[in-house]
Design a protein around this ligand. Structure first.
Ligand SMILES: Nc1ncnc2c1ncn2[C@@H]1O[C@H](COP(=O)(O)OP(=O)(O)O)[C@@H](O)[C@H]1O
Ligand SMILES: [Mg+2]
Length: 352
């Protein structure tokens, strides 16, 4: 059992898209294992995709949001705002079996639905870290871990795989995702701002200073103070690395290599931040083996990815041909599927 947080301190790098694809593909490849997606982003993009995409998914999301008691992440957070320091053991009330809504999703995939109310609740979550017992910060930062523990108990602690889709901001709910997870998947795109965001992840979560005089985040200071485990870095996923033409391919490569240099440097001083995998693998000794273990690439799937997300059809279940999106006809090419399907398949083969 592993809990993966999918986070980068930047929006639009593919966190939600990859969470959708990875969780669905993992569920397809491992039909007897339960897969759980916890949507900790108030935009609820991964929930929308899983529930059927921009038309049906959004409608179903609205239906779930307007039914009381609310079966969403905010329903659980409300329980915790009422009982911040004593676990209410109510987590299992908040799971949805996605296949009941969307037949394209395997029946072993479950979701804690995202909710925009999370944004409004965040000040109350933060307030709970300041009052109460002396270790209130620690207890509050385990709320999502408690939620997952409740769900696992209701599953008789069966083997399962869990993905948490995060918001880009280093908000309290992103922090709760990090303290709930064992492993971190960091998607990035090949641009300068992505490079900065990767550095920000290392600084905010792991205290890697850019300059010796930099202050460290309260999160880093407090996780140390309470000796809380941080998720180990599992993989960096360069996403949408299209080769449109030779010059842009070259530019992409430069940025991807710079990000590779950055994490290679961190590895050399702080290998303990990383999760050597698969279980039993030999610790990388050089740049090539390090890259093989920690750096992955997912190509831009163009229309296929748009249709996959918009209709809530995992990429390996999508077929080529004309599709209708909100009344418009869009064509999916077999050549796009021929690239993206094995790409996602191989990525998931590397997830334990
Ligand atoms: N590999 C990919 N190929 C094509 N489009 C992609 C790919 N990954 C993500 N996208 C698109 O990029 C946009 C941003 O992705 P998203 O997952 O919402 O980012 P984030 O969650 O990091 O903010 C979405 O429209 C998504 O469909
Ligand atoms: Mg997102």
């Amino acid at each position: 059992m592993a809990i993966y947080a999918v986070w980068n301190n930047k929006g639009g790098v593919g966190k939600s898209y990859l969470t959708f694809q990875m969780a669905s593909e993992y569920a397809l490849q491992n039909p007897t294992t339960k897969v759980l997606v916890v949507d900790l982003c108030p935009q609820a993009n991964v929930s929308s995709m899983l529930l059927g995409g921009i038309d049906q998914g959004e409608e179903r999301l609205t239906a779930i949001h307007t039914t009381l008691p609310k079966k969403t992440i905010s329903g659980y957070i409300d329980d915790r705002i009422l009982s911040p320091y004593v676990a209410p053991n109510t987590g299992s009330n908040y799971i949805t079996n996605v296949s009941q809504y969307n037949s394209m999703i395997p029946s072993n995939l479950y979701l804690v639905v995202g909710d925009e109310q999370l944004e409004i609740q965040s000040s109350k979550v933060t307030a709970a870290t300041f009052s109460g017992p002396q270790d209130a910060w620690r207890i509050v930062h385990l709320w999502i871990r408690d939620l997952i523990a409740d769900i696992r108990t209701s599953w008789d602690d069966e083997d399962c795989c869990i993905f948490i889709d995060c918001n880009p901001s280093f908000s309290i709910y992103t922090q709760l995702a990090l303290t709930a997870s064992d492993r971190l998947i960091i998607p990035f795109s090949a641009d300068g701002s992505s490079k900065r965001a990767v550095k920000a992840v290392l600084a905010l979560a792991y205290g890697v200073r850019r300059y010796p005089t930099d202050a460290q985040s309260d999160f880093f200071v407090n996780t140390n103070r309470y000796q809380m485990a941080l998720p180990k870095i599992y993989m960096f996923v360069g996403n949408r690395l299209t080769q449109m033409n030779n010059s842009s391919a070259g530019a992409f490569k430069t940025v991807v290599n710079q990000i590779g240099d950055e994490i290679w440097n961190v590895w050399q001083t702080s290998a303990s931040f990383f999760c050597v995998h698969p279980n039993g693998a030999v610790t990388p000794r050089n740049r090539t083996t390090f890259k093989k273990m920690f750096q992955y690439e997912v190509n831009d799937a163009n229309t296929a990815s748009v249709v996959s997300g918009a209709l809530g059809i995992p990429i390996s279940r999508l077929t080529a041909g004309n599709k209708t999106l909100s009344g418009r006809t869009v064509s999916v090419n077999q050549s796009q599927l021929d690239k993206q399907v094995p790409n996602i398949h191989d990525l998931v083969q590397n997830i334990e």
